[in-house]
Ligand binder design. Sequence first.
Ligand code: ADP
Ligand code: AMP
Length: 216
Amino acid sequence: MNLIVLGPPGAGKGTQCVKVAKSFDLVQLSTGEMLRSEVESRSELGIEVKNILDMGDLVPDDMVISMLSNRMDSYNSVKGFIFDGFPRTTAQASALDKMLVEKHQKMDHVIQLEVDEAAIIERLSGRFSCSRCGAGYHNLYKKPKVDKRCDICGAEEFSRRSDDNPETVRSRLVAYREQTAPILPFYEDKGILKYVNGMKSMNEVFDNIKEILSGR
Ligand code: ADP
Ligand code: AMP
C-alpha cells in the first residue's frame, strides 16, 4: 500500500506519518527531513538548497524528484511507502505517478489534513524535536512524559526548526496555497483523495486515517 499525506505546514503530516508507518509497516519518505539532513551534512545539494529552505520557498522540482527517486530505489522489498511533504507541485505529482508505474506500483490513498490557519501558527511556534532521534514534540500538545527527556531515546537535547519562525511560516503558507493546494484536483479526479479533520486530537486523527486505510 502506498499513500500520501497532504496538508499545509503544521497540519500534523509528520506526526501522523510516523504512526501510520509503524502501524502498517510502511517506509516513511519525508522530503523535508531529507533536505534538512542534506543541509546539515553540507553536501553539494545541501549547500545549494539551504537558502531556499531558509526563505520558505520550494526546492526546484528536478532536485526533489531525483532525490526522492534515488531514496525509493535504495529499498529492496517494502510493503509500501508513505509520502510526507511530497508531492508539493503538479509536476512532482505527475513525476511520482510515472515513477510508480515504472516500479509496477500505484498510489492507493491520498489523505488531506484540514486545519485552521490559527492552529498552524500555534502548532509551528510550539514545535520542537529530539536532537538525537528526531521524535517530534509540542510545548502544549505533546510534551515529553518526563520533563526535558525524550520519550523514545532518553536524550536530553532538543531543537527547533529555523524555518518555524513567523516570517518564514508566512512564505511557506503562500507556497502551500499557490503551488501545493492546486494538486488536490489531480487526486480528486483519480478518486483516491480523502479529507480528514486535522483539528482533532492526534489520536482521533490517527483513528480517522486508519478507518480510511482499512476501507471502513
Ligand atoms: P507537519 O509535518 O504537517 O508540518 P507536524 O506533524 O510536525 O506537522 O505537527 C506540527 C506540530 O503540531 C508538532 O509540534 C506536533 O506535535 C503538533 N501536532 C500535530 N498534530 C496535532 C494535533 N492533532 N493536535 C495538536 N497538535 C498537533
Ligand atoms: P517540510 O519538512 O515538509 O515542512 O519541508 C521543509 C522545507 O523543505 C519546505 O519549506 C521546502 O523548502 C522544502 N521541501 C520539502 N519537501 C519539498 C518538496 N516536495 N518540494 C519542494 N520543496 C520541498
